[in-house]
Design a protein around this ligand. Structure first.
Ligand code: SIN
Ligand code: MN
Length: 286
């Protein structure tokens, strides 16, 4: 489903575009019903919160899970992504952020592109995020905060000020993975309080309030964050990052794993609009 000129203009001006209740309740339930099995898999693709037990995020699930594979190729997402990026796209990154009820932790203020540039060698910010809400996002459950139009500042070049070793995640030999600091609450390239205060006084601040099934497209240089979730409401989202097929990362010294930075550069071909609802309702556990 292609965006109108007006929607594209909103995206270009504010650095994000919210499409409310884009997917049906049934489609949302089909996707949500996959989460518990994925969360119990023992895999390095799973990030745990600081408490050592709550699942924070799941990476690269689209390569093993049919429903999420289908979501990444759904025309409702891929067609706008191609319009925004101005080219054919491939899937650069896929993650589920669970932001669990009561225990989901914060995402500090940051831009995304700095990670992809500095860690992965992505040449240009010719890339877009599609955040699909699998739960309602509201003022209580740690909604996404955004600084509208802050993408116009382009990449704010800051030095890495995070501690190197961060949380309980480790690989099978017990070593800590340095890339985890890009995904834990202790974000590597987070922006300073002073900078955020200045940006907010220049552009204002907003938060995303939308029902499950809504999709937020946002720019890789949009400054964003979220607070912890102390509410009894889960706040699960899927974030798919689409990169232009002409913006393939250049070689870097310590490449991050393939499930964070996909090397499958094949352009995504959109499926039929009813692709998700084709999955049997028997998969849904109410
Ligand atoms: C992110 O920045 O990748 C996630 C933000 C959020 O889920 O609140
Ligand atoms: Mn981000």
């Amino acid at each position: 489903m292609y965006l109108t000129e007006e929607q594209l203009l909103i995206y270009r001006n504010q650095g994000f575009l919210l499409l409310s209740e884009y997917f049906s309740r049934t489609e949302v339930e089909i996707m949500k019903s996959e989460l518990s099995a994925l969360s119990t898999e023992n895999s390095p693709k799973k990030i745990i919160e600081k408490d050592g037990k709550t699942v924070r995020s799941l990476h690269g699930s689209h390569t093993t899970n049919d429903v999420f594979n289908c979501l990444t190729r759904h025309p409702f997402i891929v067609e706008p992504a191609m319009q925004i990026v101005g080219n054919q796209v491939y899937i650069y990154q896929f993650k589920v952020n669970l932001k669990a009820a009561f225990t989901g932790d914060i995402w500090k203020w940051h831009q995304d592109y700095i990670y992809w540039r500095k860690e992965d060698g992505m040449p240009k910010p010719q890339v877009v995020n599609a955040m699909c809400l699998l739960d309602d996002m509201n003022e209580f459950n740690g909604p996404l905060f955004v600084i509208p139009s802050s993408h116009k500042e382009e990449m704010i070049d800051i030095t890495d000020h995070s501690p190197r070793v961060t949380n309980t995640n480790s690989n099978s030999s017990g070593e800590s993975n340095t890339w985890i600091s890009s995904f834990s609450a202790n974000l590597k390239y987070s922006l300073s309080q002073e900078l955020i205060a200045n940006l907010v006084s220049k552009y204002g601040i907003s938060f995303i309030k939308a029902a499950a099934g809504s999709v937020l497209f946002f720019d890789s240089n949009l400054v964003h964050a979220s607070s912890n979730n102390i509410s009894p409401f889960g706040r699960s989202t899927v974030i798919i990052t689409y990169n232009s097929i002409e913006n393939i990362p250049l070689p870097v010294q310590n490449p991050r794993p393939d499930f964070l930075v996909s090397q499958d550069y094949r352009p995504v071909t959109p499926l039929a609009p009813d692709a998700l609802s084709q999955f049997s309702r028997s998969r849904i556990k109410f």
